[in-house]
Write a protein that binds this ligand. Structure first.
Ligand code: HSE
Length: 350
């Protein structure tokens, strides 16, 4: 059965997914039996399109990549334009909403309202916006369950690297008592460059030029981005309620060349580490720069890479490392959420 998709937002990440769905359409069909069509796109800057029979992948990508909007998409019988995001979610015939709207992470909006509208109209959601998961995990999980739909958000932590799915699926049965991770690529890249002798300002400029940093890099350098991610991990992977305000948070802006040199002399390396620890049923979490000994697997994670060590009762420490950002990498996170939904649907039907 062809999976019908509605994109809410069509920026870099949304286009990343669309490109993968198009370029891998044959192998996804052959290997996974997965077929999809985009029935709707609603982007507050680029415009909106809906056709119940599906839009043309190539024409969509061409319109956006040439003109920056959907205005030049060819008009066809049955094509509806101008629907806003909530109309698109409620009125389209999509099975799944790809929620990649421009969202304020501190309020989670408008993405939280998009999830509510989708679940209430019987649609699955896959998303990369961190705000809704960090701020409204309990409410949205319960709402999705009540309406019998799925909610995927692998890309909120470490893009497509399976930071959420791996512990939930392949470490199931373990008690995960501690999570320690390098969850922000910008600061990890900056620390590497500062270790190599670059100034804080030059390292930040370089990270921005390479597209790692958030639009407002304060969120990266003060540890706020990592704080949202550790809240998601604590709730989803450790099953512990945790709010953003409960996480002590400092960043890397206080690190001077002297402190970096001192760590080197001690055989250690500064890393921005997000930690969540469960003891006697109580969770504590923090984000802070730490001098990590060189034999810790996190010490050798360099550049914009991310990594997490899960402390498990049956296996001991398990460390996962991989990409934390990027167009294809985050586009892939949405793909694996979609494939998971499609596989579950197959199982139910067979
Ligand atoms: N600015 C973030 C980072 C992007 O540097 O990791 C991914 O959330």
């Amino acid at each position: 059965m062809t999976h019908k998709l509605a994109f809410i937002g069509f920026g870099v990440v949304g286009q990343g997914l669309a490109e993968i769905l198009y370029s891998k359409r044959q192998s996804l069909k052959d290997a996974e039996g997965f077929e999809s069509k985009i029935v709707a796109i609603s982007d507050f800057k680029k415009g909106s399109l809906y056709h119940p029979d599906g839009l043309d992948f190539e024409a969509l990508l061409e319109a956006v990549q040439d003109g920056g909007t959907l205005d030049s998409y060819p008009k066809a019988d049955g094509l509806i334009t101008g629907w806003d995001s909530l109309e698109t979610i409620r009125k389209s015939n999509a099975d799944t909403v790809i929620e990649v709207s421009y969202t304020d992470v501190s309020t989670g909006q408008p993405a939280i309202d998009h999830c509510r509208a989708a679940f209430e109209s019987g649609k699955n959601v896959v998303m990369t916006n961190k705000g809704p998961v960090a701020l409204a995990y309990q409410e949205l999980s319960a709402l999705a369950k009540k309406h019998g739909v799925s909610w995927g958000f692998e890309g909120t932590v470490m893009s497509g690297t399976p930071a959420l799915r791996m512990p939930k699926l392949t470490l199931a049965g373990n008690d995960i008592t501690e999570i320690r991770g390098i969850l922000n690529g910008t600061t990890n890249f900056m620390l590497m460059r500062m270790d190599e002798g670059a100034s804080y300002e030059a390292a930040l400029k370089e990270a921005q030029a390479l597209g790692y940093a958030e639009a407002d890099p304060t969120s990266d350098v003060e540890g706020l981005d990592a704080r949202y991610k550790i809240v998601i991990l604590a709730q989803h992977v450790m099953g512990m309620p945790l709010t953003v305000e409960q996480v002590e948070c400092t960043g890397i802006s206080q690190l001077t060349p002297e402190l970096i040199e001192q760590a080197r002399m001690e055989g250690r390396r500064w890393k921005l580490i997000a930690t969540a620890k469960k003891e006697n049923g109580i969770i504590t979490a923090k984000v802070a720069a730490e001098k990590v000994p060189l034999d810790d697997p996190l010490a050798s994670v360099s550049g914009a890479l991310n990594a997490i060590t899960y402390q498990t009762d049956l296996l001991g420490p398990v460390t996962l490392s991989g990409a934390g950002a990027g167009k294809a990498e985050t586009g892939f996170s949405l793909l694996i959420d979609l494939l998971t939904i499609a596989r579950a649907r197959e199982t139910v039907q067979s």
